[in-house]
Design a protein around this ligand. Structure first.
Ligand code: G3H
Length: 529
């Protein structure tokens, strides 16, 4: 199944990238220790062989402490340059950063394709969406600041209320959106005045290389510190110190719990977590089948199903089960597999070398327990891929029903009574989103009312997704903690803090003088344009 297409010149790997520096205390320090080889599961040769892309530092506790100290010192218990800086000046630093980042679009996109196998259009989209996210964050922060540039008075007490930073943020992003989701944490954390330690995910690490200099030159020293290595080796010792104020992680609940448990005073720790999910599609008997099949196709298989928002179980009403399975299976088999830059490609190599074998395990387990592969190509293995299998009937004792597959395999369950999927969702450990397909408003209405309390986004006749990034992204139970969106993330990474004073002559005069003198960065009614 390996494609034999020639790699377009612009995307060829002509030189390996060896990341030899890390960013700590404003300095790109040379790394002299051990390195880990970075490979791509995409082959560049006729006979299948993985491609070596370069290497990254394999750091440990010493460097982790160095980065943490830099962030702690830069925050300086809220007295540092960055947390006390004027909002306008912090925005200027962020604007400088995003300009430098934009110049690296081609380099980053090429690495996104090679490192995680994301298709070319989706890789460009990830980059552009991230840039847009940064500009939108800047605009939203300006508005937040404008709304705070005033006083209110209640019961004879005046208040000037703003949002202030929380302290040191440890940022850990996922491999499926190594740029977008990581930056969706990092950017709001930084702009709100926190200082940060950031470690890229297990895949999609080299794509940070072109951005190192932009981080280094855009912010005061110690505001952004970038480490490389395994989470266990660098993140765990950082958490143990108790000096982290916010754990910002997009990944799985197991790592989130393990890291949280390391913190000696967890009451001080704010959690901003985007975790696993098992979003269901529920297809009612009156659903528009053409639309439903297309939305389920995108929902289950965009980026090979490696999205936390992917549809990971499909519930279809008995009355339309056969027709749905037939049409859906045909469409799955008609998708094009190839390398990320191949024209019209929808399925691409899986970046985790062990993933095809894991998906096969799920498939074999389900088959033994009575499920049948509905599509002709389903489960067909190749060097770096396994063809998506549409599995039916799936029951609760199967691993694919329980586990978040995060890959190309689609469990389908049929139902007679709508209470069946609703009860399953209520029992599930997850609560991110659902896709509901149907037309009759009298059937849909009570369902929407229930589903909105089981998950945090009900997608009507539409696949699940995070975007547009201005909408709240969160979940219940094991799926999330805190809310992310351009608007909400600024709140997640800050706390309301204010200056209050009783309405009397002395205070009123003092405040007037304070405002006139324009020397407080916090107490200010200046309007940012
Ligand atoms: O991995 C989870 C992502 O938040 C999904 O985002 O719905 O835009 O693909 P997306």
């Amino acid at each position: 199944m390996q494609t034999k297409t020639t790699i377009p010149e612009a995307f060829r790997i002509t030189k390996e990238i060896h990341q030899k520096t890390y960013l700590v205390n404003g300095e790109l320090k040379e790394w002299k220790g051990k390195n880990t080889t970075v490979i791509s599961t995409i082959s560049s040769t006729k006979e299948y062989a993985h491609t070596v892309l370069g290497s990254i530092p394999d750091m440990g506790e010493t460097e982790a402490m160095e980065a943490l100290d830099a962030a702690v010192n830069a925050y300086n218990q809220g007295q540092g340059v960055w947390p006390t800086m004027k909002v306008k000046d912090r925005i200027e630093c962020m604007e400088a950063f995003v300009k430098k980042m934009e110049a690296k679009r081609e380099e980053v996109v090429k690495l996104l394709m090679w490192e995680i196998g994301k298709s070319m259009p989706d890789s460009y989209k990830e980059f552009d969406r991230t840039v847009e996210y940064i500009y939108d964050t800047i605009e939203d922060y300006k508005q937040l600041d404008r709304n705070s540039a005033k006083f209110q008075k209640h019961d004879g007490v005046y208040a000037h209320i703003r949002r202030g930073p929380l302290g040191v943020v440890l940022c850990l992003g996922p491999y499926n959106y190594p740029l977008n989701e990581t930056f969706a944490l990092l950017i709001p954390a930084i702009i709100m005045g926190n200082t940060t330690v950031f470690k890229p995910a297990k895949h999609g690490v080299l794509l940070i290389t072109p951005l190192m200099e932009a981080f280094q030159s855009s912010f005061p020293k110690g505001v952004v510190n970038i480490l490389f290595g395994r989470g266990r080796a660098v993140a765990a010792p950082i958490m143990k110190t108790g000096k982290v104020d916010v754990l910002a992680l997009i990944g799985n609940s197991k790592s989130a719990n393990a890291l949280q448990d390391q913190h000696p005073k967890s009451n001080r720790l704010r959690l901003v977590l985007g975790l696993e999910a098992k979003n269901p599609a529920i297809i009612l008997p009156d659903a528009d089948l053409d639309l439903t099949v297309n939305e389920c196709l995108a929902g289950t298989l965009s980026f090979n199903g490696q999205r936390c928002t992917a549809l990971k179980v499909v519930y279809v009403h008995e009355d339309i089960k056969e027709e749905f399975l037939k049409r859906f299976s045909e469409k799955v088999d008609a998708l094009k597999f190839g390398n990320p830059w191949d024209e019209g490609v929808k399925l691409t190599p899986l970046p985790e070398p062990g993933k095809p074998a894991y998906i096969k395990e799920l498939l074999d387990d389900a088959k033994v327990k009575g499920a049948k592969v509905q599509n002709k190509k389903g489960g067909k293995p190749s060097d770096n891929f396994i063809w998506p299998a549409v599995l039916y009937p799936v029951s609760k004792d199967m691993r694919v029903y329980e586990e978040e597959q995060f890959g190309p395999i689609i469990p389908v369950v049929s139902f007679k009574d709508i209470e069946e999927p609703l009860n399953d969702m209520a029992e599930s450990n997850y609560g991110q989103q659902v896709s509901l397909f149907g037309k009759d408003v009298y059937t849909l209405s009570p369902l929407i009312d229930t589903l909105a309390n089981l998950v945090c986004r009900v997608n009507l006749n539409s696949s699940c997704q995070r975007g547009p990034d201005v909408y709240p992204f969160t979940g219940r139970k094991d799926s999330a903690q805190s809310t992310l969106s351009v608007h909400d993330a600024l709140r997640s990474f800050s706390v309301r803090t204010f200056v209050a004073f009783k309405d009397n002559e002395l205070n009123n005069e003092t405040i007037e003088q304070l405002l006139e003198a324009k020397v407080s960065n916090f107490l200010s009614t200046d309007y940012i344009l």
